[in-house]
Design a protein around this ligand. Structure first.
Ligand code: G1P
Length: 304
């Protein structure tokens, strides 16, 4: 396929992780929701791994007060590493070292919780004039085995078309008002078996009767840097917050935008039920405990 040589590679990702985690209290009173453990790793690691596997090198974490543990997780831990080395726990040490070296972690404070759009805008000086991905820090995406992950699909779409690209997933009528919704038109293009749409409209959390579309935004985006111009001019929207979806709607008046209908499973790990589902699904896939979990669940089900 012919490629426009001017299209820059997506090497940076912004992960907004400044939320207070009010849906998950009291667990999140002193532990960030992004640090809650899914099987044997914090949610944020699944998100960062998705970005890194899509070719991202620099991760910009947007953080609020009391969230130091996220940065610490990706930092050196001398005592622990020393002990693991002395105890000969090489596999665990290798995993710890991989986490430490997987990306450059840059942390930015969002001083006030003014909305997702504002959180992304806080990354402007670090992102500069480059395209970048946005991955919401409490959402875990699990792709079908053998398929590229969601961020990879968006990066591939960006490198093919040079347009900002968002992930979309079909939702039921009753869930429309929980999401940003994209009004779309099908194209003849595919990105690794997934349909590519031209985005025609965007609206944050509409009532089901306010849009005919059922294509929701699950929290994965790739933007060209022009999004910052629109974020700077986005007034407060739903809930009095500066909404990323509203800035995207403004951008759409001037720039083309694509949507990829991703086929991944999505877990909202910032909510107790989504978190439990993520734990069950990912523990079943775990190489060491997967079979035990399966047996346990089967036994449990017979008692229900
Ligand atoms: C945010 C976005 C929304 C998106 C959703 C995905 O909403 O504003 O457009 O669909 O994330 O989870 P929030 O869930 O933070 O209210």
């Amino acid at each position: 396929m012919k490629q426009d040589l001017k299209i820059q590679k997506v090497k940076k990702a912004v992960i907004p992780a400044a939320g207070l985690g009010t849906r998950f209290l009291p667990a999140t009173k002193s532990v960030p929701k992004e640090m809650l453990t899914v099987v044997d790793a914090p949610t944020i690691l699944y998100v960062v791994e998705e970005a890194v596997n899509a070719g991202i090198e620099d991760i910009v974490l947007i953080q609020g007060r009391g969230k130091y543990s996220i940065e610490d997780f990706f930092d050196v831990s001398y005592e622990l590493e020393d002990k693991l080395a002395k105890d000969g726990k090489q596999n665990t040490l290798d995993r710890i070292n991989r986490i430490k070296n997987m990306a450059n972690i840059i942390s930015i404070r969002q001083k006030q919780a003014l909305g997702l759009g504002h959180a992304v805008y806080c990354s402007k000086s670090v992102i500069g004039d480059e395209p970048f991905a946005v991955l919401l820090g409490d959402e875990i995406m699990v792709s079908p085995i053998g398929e590229p992950n969601v961020s990879q699909q968006l990066v591939d779409s960006f490198s093919q078309f040079g347009n900002s690209t968002i992930a979309v997933m079909k939702v039921n009528d009753e869930d429309v008002s929980k999401y940003g919704i994209a009004e779309v038109e099908e194209t003849d293009f595919k990105i690794s078996n997934s349909t590519v749409f031209q985005v025609k409209g965007l609206v944050e959390k509409p009532k089901p009767q306010e849009t005919t579309s059922r294509w929701a935004l699950p929290g994965r985006y790739v933007f060209s840097p022009e999004i910052f111009e629109f974020l700077a001019n986005t007034p407060s929207g739903k809930n009095g917050e500066i909404q990323l979806t509203d800035a995207m709607a403004l951008m759409l008046k001037n720039f083309k935008m694509k949507a990829v209908a991703v086929q991944s499973q999505r877990f909202d790990a910032g909510d107790p039920f989504g978190f439990i589902k993520a734990n069950i699904e990912l523990s079943l896939r775990h190489p060491e405990i997967g079979e035990h979990v399966k047996k346990f669940i089967k036994e449990l089900v017979t008692k229900l």
